[in-house]
Design a protein around this ligand. Structure first.
Ligand code: G6P
Length: 369
C-alpha cells in the first residue's frame, strides 16, 4: 500500500498532488489555444442539439453536485444557456418537468451513484438528451447516457473527492466554451485568450500546491475549532461549499459554505472569536464586495483566513491569515482556489488523528438509496 501511495502518507494527499497532471490529462487533445478550438469527441454528434438547446439540467450528488454548480456559472456566463443544478435524489422524486428539448448532464466520479442513475433513467423516459461527465470508464452511468466526456483523472481512492472534482470542473469549463463556440456566444479572439489561460492552469495548480507548508501552519492554529464557515461569491460560492464539505467529511468539524452576502441572513449570528471564517477573496468581479464581508466578520471578532490573488495587500491587511493563489482569469478561479482548501482540510484532519482516506460512515460510492 505504501507503494501505491507513492511515498505520500495518504491517498488523499497523493491525489491532491496529482492535480497538475490530472487536469493536464483532462485537457489533452481537447484544447487548441492558438486556433481557438475546443474539441470534445464524445459529444460531437450532438452539436446541433447544443446549438438549439433552451435549457440544461445538471444532476449529481455530493462533490459532483458542487462541480455542477460551478458549471452553472460557467455555462450561463460564456454559453448563455440557462442551467439548473439539481440534487439527483430530489430531482428523481419530485415529478420534474422535462421535455425532449432538454439536455441533462449527469456528473458522477464513480458512474455508479444510485440516485444519479435513477435521475438519468427518469429524464431518458421523458425524452431528454443525456450527457455524462464521469471518471470511471465503462461504469453504469457512462453506459446509460447518450454521450459524454470522461474526466480522465485516474483512479481516486481517498473517499473525499479531490482530483475528480477539479477534473469535473475542467470538463465543465470545456463544455461551456464548446457550447459558446458552437452558438457563436463568444468571439474567436476571446476564446483564444481563455484557452491560452486554461492551458496554463496545470502549471498554476503546481504553484498553488507550494502553499502546502503555510497551509499546514494555519491548520495547526485552527485544528481544535468546533465550527468553520466558508464564504465566496460567484463561482467561488460552490468552491466554498466544497471547502466546507471537505473539512466536515474528513475532520468531523462542523463546517458550512455560504454565498458571502447571505452571511447576513443567518451565519453572522454565529461569529465570535471561536469561529474561523474562510473567504475566497481573489481579485475578480466581486472583490470589493467580499472585502466588505471580511470587514463585517472582523468587526465581530471572527478569525479570517483568506484565499487571495498573489501579491494582494488589501486583504492581507485585514485578514488574520492569507493564502495566495496565482493570478488567473475569473473563469479558472475554482480550479486554483480549491487547492488550498483541500490542503487545509487534509492537514486539520491529520492533526486531529482522523482516518483521512476512509472517514467514518462515508462510502466512496453510494450505490444504494
Ligand atoms: C459519495 C462520495 C463523494 C461523492 C458522492 C457522489 O458521497 O463520498 O465523494 O462526491 O458520493 O459520487 P459520484 O461518484 O456520483 O461522483
Amino acid at each position: 500500500e505504501m507503494l501505491e501511495k507513492g511515498g505520500y502518507d495518504h491517498f488523499m494527499l497523493k491525489e491532491i498532488y496529482e492535480q497538475p497532471r490530472s487536469i493536464r490529462d483532462c485537457l489533452r487533445g481537447r484544447i487548441y489555444p492558438q486556433q481557438g478550438k475546443v474539441q470534445l469527441g464524445g459529444i460531437k454528434e450532438y452539436i446541433e442539439k447544443l446549438k438549439n438547446v433552451d435549457r440544461i439540467i445538471i444532476v449529481a450528488c455530493g462533490t459532483s453536485w458542487h462541480a455542477g454548480l460551478v458549471g452553472e456559472y460557467l455555462i450561463e456566463e460564456y454559453a448563455r444557456v440557462p442551467v439548473e443544478v439539481e440534487y439527483a435524489s430530489e430531482f428523481r422524486y419530485r415529478n420534474p418537468i422535462i421535455t425532449e428539448k432538454d439536455l441533462v448532464i449527469a456528473i458522477s466520479q464513480s458512474g455508479e451513484t444510485a440516485d444519479t442513475m435513477a435521475a438519468i433513467e427518469l429524464a431518458k423516459e421523458k425524452g431528454a438528451t443525456i450527457f455524462g461527465i464521469c471518471n470511471v470508464v465503462g461504469a453504469s452511468i457512462p453506459r446509460t447516457t447518450h454521450a459524454g466526456v470522461y474526466t480522465h483523472a485516474g483512479p481516486e481512492i481517498g473517499v473525499a473527492s479531490t482530483k475528480a472534482f477539479t477534473a469535473q470542473v475542467t470538463v465543465l469549463t470545456l463544455i461551456a466554451f464548446y457550447i459558446a463556440q458552437k452558438r457563436g456566444a463568444i468571439t474567436q479572439s476571446k476564446l483564444i485568450e481563455y484557452l491560452t489561460e486554461l492551458d496554463e492552469i496545470p502549471a498554476l495548480v503546481e504553484r498553488a500546491l507550494k502553499s502546502n507548508d503555510h497551509v499546514k501552519e494555519i491548520a495547526a492554529k485552527f485544528k481544535d475549532s468546533n465550527n468553520c464557515l466558508f464564504l465566496g461569491r460567484g463561482s467561488s460560492f460552490p468552491v466554498a461549499l466544497e471547502g466546507a464539505l471537505k473539512l466536515k467529511e474528513i475532520s468531523y468539524i462542523h463546517a458550512e459554505g455560504y454565498p458571502a452576502a447571505e452571511m447576513k441572513h443567518g451565519p453572522i449570528a454565529l461569529i465570535d472569536d471561536a469561529m474561523p471564517v474562510v473567504f475566497i477573496a481573489t481579485k475578480h468581479s466581486s472583490y470589493e464586495k467580499v472585502i466588505s464581508n471580511i470587514q463585517e466578520v472582523k468587526a465581530r471578532g471572527g478569525h479570517v483566513i483568506a484565499i487571495v490573488t498573489e501579491g494582494d495587500t488589501e486583504v492581507r491587511d485585514m485578514a488574520d491569515y492569507v493564502i495566495e493563489i496565482p493570478q488567473t482569469g475569473e473563469a479558472f478561479v475554482p480550479l486554483l482556489a480549491t487547492i488550498p482548501l483541500q490542503l487545509l482540510a487534509y492537514h486539520i484532519a491529520v492533526m486531529r488523528g482522523c482516518n483521512v482516506d476512509q472517514p467514518r460512515n462515508l462510502a466512496k460510492s453510494v450505490t444504494v438509496e
